[in-house]
Design a protein around this ligand. Structure first.
Ligand code: SF4
Length: 416
């Protein structure tokens, strides 16, 4: 990677170039950037600002590339650090290429989502595909310029045995995980993503792609959280990340999922110990199962605590989670809540930039400088709309009106 790009990233993160390089060398920080893409890249990892990903993409039922492009723009405008193309409907190669060419930020994918599409093109069932087809589809994504890819390589035969013994409420909720298990069961063979991991490493190295080792058995109910299948899969991911490091391949680990608030600390600690401090990318986490259609808030609460304890990368959740494909507005809302969760954690972690923004806003609030407050807000447009809804006087808002405590406080605390 160009030294100049690293310099820009280090400046943005407020650390020295030397420190950034050392963290990368130790595997604690990864830069999401395929060598074929002309972007700066995004750094994810230890003691950096917490990053946020937004999932977009078509489904077999709803497939409109123009709408997905609107979602991409909404995610970028709202401050997403990365997006993932999780398309499963329409011409997947075409959609991916368009999104890569339009995205200004790193873009990830889950290559095996494409396998049923490839099988259908050849009038086959997905389970009839061969191991080499798994590898081919991964390479195709890397060649196209995907910057990071989820690889569900942690479900091997041993882990599957543990899953069969366990009576889970929600079984397998990862789309990629369910595809892998379906293929393994039908073919009575080892998971190709596990068995041919060295081939995947060689491809990732060639294109400088970061492998995001997927948690195919992440819990889908808080009552399944931190159970044996989840932990045994994490142990496999720990071994695989070591192999990736030995080969000089960038790697991060994916994590839950549905877990109660009191499981967050132990989940982060386990990942950091088992995976040698590799960056941790969590989905949510969702700390209750009843949040729909407010799962983005549930994930915001979980995400803030997870990031505070050491998760490095939050995958957003939208109001449509568990209910349907998100709209453009859902994408915007989801990114804003996840950014807020990341920011809340960054303040508590003492990240200078985060603390300074809050200080600036507090000073503006004390001065009753609404324009400044609104400009610094996480969603200035919505903040402005609310402020102007009933505005009658400029020096205070309509919440307390003439009884504005801040206004009074200025006078009360004036030095005699
Ligand atoms: S009117 Fe009340 S809510 Fe509004 S700025 Fe003053 S103290 Fe704050």
């Amino acid at each position: 990677m160009k030294n100049n790009n690293l310099k820009i990233i280090a400046e943005k993160e407020g650390i020295s170039l030397k420190e950034l390089k050392e963290r990368i060398k130790r595997g604690e920080v990864v830069i999401l950037k395929n060598k074929r893409r002309e972007i700066i890249g995004c750094a994810v990892g230890k003691s950096l600002t917490t990053k946020v990903n937004a999932n977009i993409g078509t489904s077999p039922e709803i497939c409109d590339i123009e709408n997905e492009l609107k979602k991409l723009r909404a995610a970028e405008e709202a401050g997403a650090d990365t997006i993932m193309d999780l398309s499963t409907g329409g011409d997947l190669d075409e959609i991916r290429k368009i999104l890569i060419s339009e995205a200004k930020i790193p873009i990830g994918s889950v290559p095996i989502y494409q396998l049923p599409y490839e099988a259908k093109k050849n009038n086959k069932s997905f389970v009839e595909l061969k191991e080499k087809d798994f590898l081919k589809v991964i390479e195709k994504h890397f060649i196209d310029g995907i910057d990071f890819a989820t690889i569900h390589c942690g479900i091997n035969k041993k882990v599957l045995k543990i899953l069969y013994k366990k009576k889970r409420i929600c079984g397998i909720v990862s789309r990629g995980g369910s595809l892998v298990v379906e293929w393994m069961k039908y073919n009575n063979k080892e998971n190709p993503l596990y068995e041919y991991f060295d081939d995947i490493l060689a491809m990732a190295k060639e294109y400088d792609v970061c492998l995001s080792l997927g948690d195919g058995l992440r819990p889908g109910s808080i009552l399944d959280a931190t159970d044996e299948p989840q932990i045994f899969e994490l142990l496999v991911l720990g071994e695989l990340q070591e192999r990736a490091r030995e080969k000089g391949v960038k790697v991060m680990i994916e994590g839950p999922g549905h877990i109660p608030l009191n499981h967050i600390y132990v989940n982060i600690l386990l990942e950091k110990i088992i995976c040698n401090n590799a960056p941790f990318y969590v989905l949510g986490p969702l700390v209750s199962d009843i949040g729909l259609p407010y799962d983005h808030f549930v994930a915001g609460i979980g995400g803030a605590l997870a990031a505070y304890y050491g998760a490095d990368f939050l995958c957003y959740v939208t109001p449509s989670e568990h209910l349907g494909l998100p709209t453009v507005e859902d994408v915007r809302e989801g990114v804003i809540i996840a950014k807020l969760a990341a920011h809340i954690a960054d303040i508590a972690k003492g990240i200078k930039k985060a603390v300074e923004i809050d200080k600036e806003l507090s000073l503006a609030r004390a001065r009753l400088d609404f324009e400044k407050m609104i400009n610094l807000a996480i969603n200035p447009q919505k903040a402005k709309e609310i402020y102007e809804r009933y505005r009658i006087k400029k020096e205070y808002c309509t919440m307390c009106g003439e009884f504005c405590a801040l206004k009074k406080s200025k006078e009360l605390l004036k030095k005699e």
